[in-house]
Design a binder for this molecule. Structure first.
Ligand code: NAP
Length: 541
């Protein structure tokens, strides 16, 4: 028998964004239910349990800022925390703010219908939720993509996805492992898989740029200093382009002495990780500067990898460095110096099919016991596309977004009133610090809800013309960047048949925050605020 719950706000997805949305709604005195398909909270950090998974933004920054006490009390053990520690942090947040009584786990929301002024949500397990407001915090990278390789269904070994890693782990000892994909997930996991496996074969279609991450275990002194510096660090992050306190190094690389320029690149290489993308301010806009950065990394790859043919294949070609998010790894390039780790360049040697115990390319067969798919996601629009959403006038999410996302500020969609899509398409999110972005998104949406409640409005829906302007702006800004001009999940190019568009907002974190603030200051311009008939007669739900 179906279980029915009625709340002010339903929050779908309990990662960084959803957990904060539940907390904020409770703080505002509303009733709220947070729902997630996972057995635990954590979102991305629950599902992506693959070995080597860790954040690529420093943990002190990749964490909530809404409560200085939380910042002070939580102790990160490393600069770039591994998945178990980030998951433990999010579990701690759920406990510390007493969110758990308001959460339902292992419930996958399937349908959302706006009827009689409320959203009705139904899950696969018979839970029905009625809510005036809905927050979709379903994640930009939550729908895994597995390529349709002929014969895959007949493979008799184990198949695992980095994006849905078995909770019990995977025993690679003595096994022959095939890995598909060479994005961030693969680059983090391959060196660890290679520690135990008898053979590892990486099937690479497109090489990626990766900068080794320099892991630091924090001492008591480090933690004390962080506590001192936290407020300033956050202040800079909130007014930055990417939600972190780090900027570019000074100087124009095109006019400075080559050894000075290389010293700057070396400094960022030694710092490690994605920060290399910001060595110089013009690196992501000026082809000549980008080429200098690219050449520096190419030389590093060639310096690490001993076999020149393998090194050739590992050097990315055909797109600027940083046009796809730079990966951060721990020993990825060097792992190919081991005799039991092989690279197969699928551009030269495409896969024909998977057999019962092997992967066959056009040239040869590779015997494998375990296949790992690190093949990405139906990014940023996938989660909404997988939900059956129907608005009050019969608009469906599928129809509204058939040509790509159509949003106002990324957070709202004409035709779907009182529904917020947070930290997803048309927001800075994946180009910024997801933790701070989560807070900004939730605060914008729930400030609007609070405003409506104060003013007696019961519905908020963006105007189509406002959404048109925002969508065009996102595309225009995006297409002017290397990211927007490059095939990747940022542009929908990784999923066959997906409309080619620019998914995240590339205008910068601070610019976006300012735009949202302006909309708020102008009484939520671009939104139509109304009062439904029942509320107008004093009825309540
Ligand atoms: P991804 O970057 O989309 O990489 C997917 C990989 O699978 C690509 O190398 C892709 O090749 C390959 N692939 C897809 N279909 C294939 C096929 N049929 N045959 C062979 N290869 C195929 O996915 P991801 O590595 O999971 O990373 C996604 C995003 O998640 C990252 O960009 C990052 O934002 C985030 N992430 C962050 C971290 C972190 O460090 N914090 C870790 C993991 C993920 P093509 O390029 O040729 O399509």
């Amino acid at each position: 028998m179906a279980e029915r719950v009625s709340v002010d706000v339903a929050v779908v997805g309990l990662g960084f964004t959803g957990l904060y949305a539940v907390h904020r709604a409770l703080r505002d005195g509303m009733t709220v239910l947070g729902i997630d398909a996972g057995k635990e909270v954590g979102g991305t950090w629950y599902w992506n349990r693959y070995p080597g998974a860790r954040c690529d933004v420093e943990s002190v920054d990749y964490s909530y800022s809404f409560d200085p006490e939380l910042e002070r009390s939580w102790r990160w053990s490393e600069n770039y925390s591994a998945q178990p520690e980030i998951l433990a942090y999010l579990q701690h947040v759920a406990d510390r703010y007493e969110l758990r009584p308001h959460l339902r786990l292992e419930q996958r929301v399937q349908t959302l219908r706006r009827e009689d002024g409320v959203w009705r949500l139904a899950t696969d397990d018979g839970l029905e939720v009625e809510a005036r407001w809905v927050v979709l915090a379903t994640g930009g990278l939550s729908i895994p993509h597995v390529p349709d390789i002929p014969g895959l269904a007949d493979f008799e070994g184990q198949v695992v996805l980095t994006a849905d890693w078995p909770e019990e782990g995977v025993d690679f000892a003595g096994k022959r492992v095939g890995v598909f994909g060479t994005g961030a997930s693969a680059l983090q996991s391959v060196p660890i898989i290679a520690r135990d496996a008898a053979e590892v074969t990486v099937f690479q279609r497109t090489a990626n740029y990766s900068i080794p991450v320099r892991l630091v275990s924090y001492t008591e002194e480090d933690l004390a200093r962080q506590r001192e510096e936290y407020a300033e660090r956050r202040r800079i992050s909130w007014s930055s382009n990417a939600g972190t306190p780090h900027g570019a190094l000074p100087g124009d690389p095109l006019t400075m002495a080559p050894d000075e320029r290389d010293a700057a690149f070396e400094e960022r290489w030694q710092t490690g990780g994605v920060l290399f993308a910001k060595t110089f301010a013009t690196q992501n806009a000026d082809r000549a500067v980008n080429e200098l950065a690219r050449q520096f990394v190419e030389a590093k790859i060639r310096g690490i990898v001993k076999d020149p043919v393998v090194a050739d294949d590992l050097v990315p070609v055909g797109y600027p460095i940083g046009a796809k998010r730079i990966c951060s790894d721990s020993g990825y390039y060097g792992v190919f110096n081991h005799d039991h780790v092989h690279l197969v360049n699928l551009r030269r040697e495409p896969v024909e099919q998977v057999e019962a115990h092997a992967v066959r390319t056009i040239d040869r067969a590779f015997d494998v016991d375990i296949l790992v798919f690190a093949t990405g996601f139906d990014a940023m629009t996938g989660a909404l596309a997988h939900l059956d959403v129907v608005g009050p006038r019969g608009d469906t999410a599928a129809e509204l977004w058939k040509d790509g996302p159509f949003t106002y500020l990324g957070v709202a969609i004409p035709g779907l009133p009182n529904l917020f899509t947070l930290n997803g398409a048309h927001t800075p999110s994946v180009l910024a610090n997801m933790a701070l972005s989560a807070e900004q998104q939730v605060d914008f949406a729930l400030d609007l809800v609070a405003f409506c409640r104060e003013q007696g409005w019961t519905e908020a829906e963006p105007r189509p013309d406002a959404a048109r302007l925002w969508t065009d702006h996102v595309n225009e800004v995006g297409l002017s960047t290397f990211m927007g001009q490059t095939d990747s999940w940022y542009t929908g190019a990784n999923i066959a048949g997906k409309p080619r568009t620019v998914l995240p907002y590339a205008g910068g974190f601070k610019t976006y925050i300012d735009k949202c603030q302006l909309v708020k200051d102008n009484g939520y311009e671009g939104f139509v605020l109304t009062r439904d008939a029942l509320a107008a007669t004093g009825g309540d739900r």
